[in-house]
Design a protein around this ligand. Structure first.
Ligand code: ADP
Ligand code: MG
Length: 337
């Protein structure tokens, strides 16, 4: 077993340290395994299993979930999506029905967030290169050209497996939804194989399912965006997903300023609207994407949209070195004493 996720991550799980262990067969629960995947630490915790996973078979189930996460990373980053991007404006490509569904879902979220979340943000992400060695502040002409390119980008599914991207140089980027989708898929694999209660955690995004054997809810701590030693809130949930987008995970220092990896598609520049946004939703795919969208909208508009769409949100921004926290009433009701 590798190490537990570092404290630099968005969500810390008190649950793990607070829980006692109990025995099923010869394995003592909870069991936690951690691997580096999708550019972050991914941690899987199993709390309870059915009779199919007697003895040490639980480790095989966890391995299968990790393999599933690798498959999603390949689909959304290295293989099918990057081929579709490479053929943009030139020819269609067989990306498969799963990726078509995911991209269509990303466009739906884009519509529901009035374009704060944009699946076609690839050229903008590349232009700034935040978090890479190539990070730089582009000039206004480059920014205008890139916004124009994003606004003219079209994704066209041709049938259930083939799709086309236009114009040339357009680029879809699923970095703000793929990790959440991978967490959901890993949970589904675990459930299919006989895990009754567990959690999949991927650097800031997590999903829990099933009742813990002692009947207690999962306790989840949201990291303080400016002090990794502190929590902003600790919440309790029985089922569902929690995702956080923050400006402290990936950023670049450029010409004396600090720029984060979440882009404001209207400005064509890294967003400064928030320093942290956390949402609680049914699926981690949605939580991941909406956390990013709300970050771009900022605490006031972000929590208004969360209330309108009906999910709990906790957001923070900073002005003159002072942090300001806003949360929906539904989020307050999850906070534990
Ligand atoms: P993290 O990956 O650190 O959890 P997010 O889930 O917020 O953070 O995703 C950020 C990634 O999403 C960026 O690295 C970039 O690839 C992509 N991205 C940046 N801005 C946007 C945006 N406005 N809409 C959709 N995706 C974005
Ligand atoms: Mg996200």
């Amino acid at each position: 077993m590798k190490t537990f996720p570092s404290r630099s991550t968005g969500l810390l799980l008190l649950a793990l340290s607070l829980l006692g262990t109990f025995a099923v067969g010869c394995t003592r629960y909870p069991v936690t395994e951690t691997l580096s995947l999708m550019g972050t630490e991914v941690s899987i915790t199993v709390q309870d299993v059915d009779e199919r996973l007697k003895g040490r078979l639980v480790y095989a189930a966890i391995d299968s979930a990790f393999v599933e996460i690798e498959r999603i990373e390949d689909l959304c980053k290295w293989n099918e999506l990057s081929k579709l991007n490479g053929y943009a404006g030139y020819k269609d490509y067989q990306i498969g029905s799963e990726l078509i569904r995911l991209i269509n879902h990303a466009y739906d979220i884009s519509a529901k967030t009035e374009g704060a979340f944009r699946p076609d943000t690839g050229p903008l992400v590349d232009l700034w290169g935040i978090g890479t060695d190539q990070a730089r502040i582009p000039n206004l002409l480059e920014i205008d050209y890139t916004i124009e390119l994003m606004n003219s980008t079209t994704f066209t599914p041709l049938d259930s497996v083939n799709a086309r991207l236009d114009p040339s140089r357009a680029k879809l980027e699923l970095g703000a939804i793929a990790k959440g989708y991978a967490v959901d898929r890993a949970c589904e694999v675990l459930m299919d194989l006989g895990v009754k209660a567990g959690m999949v955690w991927a650097g800031g995004d997590l999903r829990v399912f099933g009742a813990k054997p002692d009947g207690s809810p999962w306790r989840i701590a949201v990291r303080h965006p400016r002090d990794p030693e502190k929590y902003l809130r600790v919440i309790e949930i029985r089922e569902g997903a929690v995702a956080t987008s923050g400006d402290y995970e990936r950023f670049s220092e450029l010409e004396g300023g600090r720029y984060c990896h979440i882009m404001d598609p209207w400005e064509g520049a890294p967003s400064r609207a928030s320093i942290s946004s956390t949402v609680v939703m049914e699926t981690c795919m949605d939580a991941d994407a909406y956390a990013t969208a709300l970050f771009v909208l900022g605490p006031t508009e972000g929590t208004q949209l969360a209330d309108y769409l009906g999910f709990p949100a906790l957001m923070a921004d900073e002005e003159g070195g002072k942090m300001h926290v806003v949360e929906t009433e539904s989020f307050k009701s999850l906070v534990s004493e």
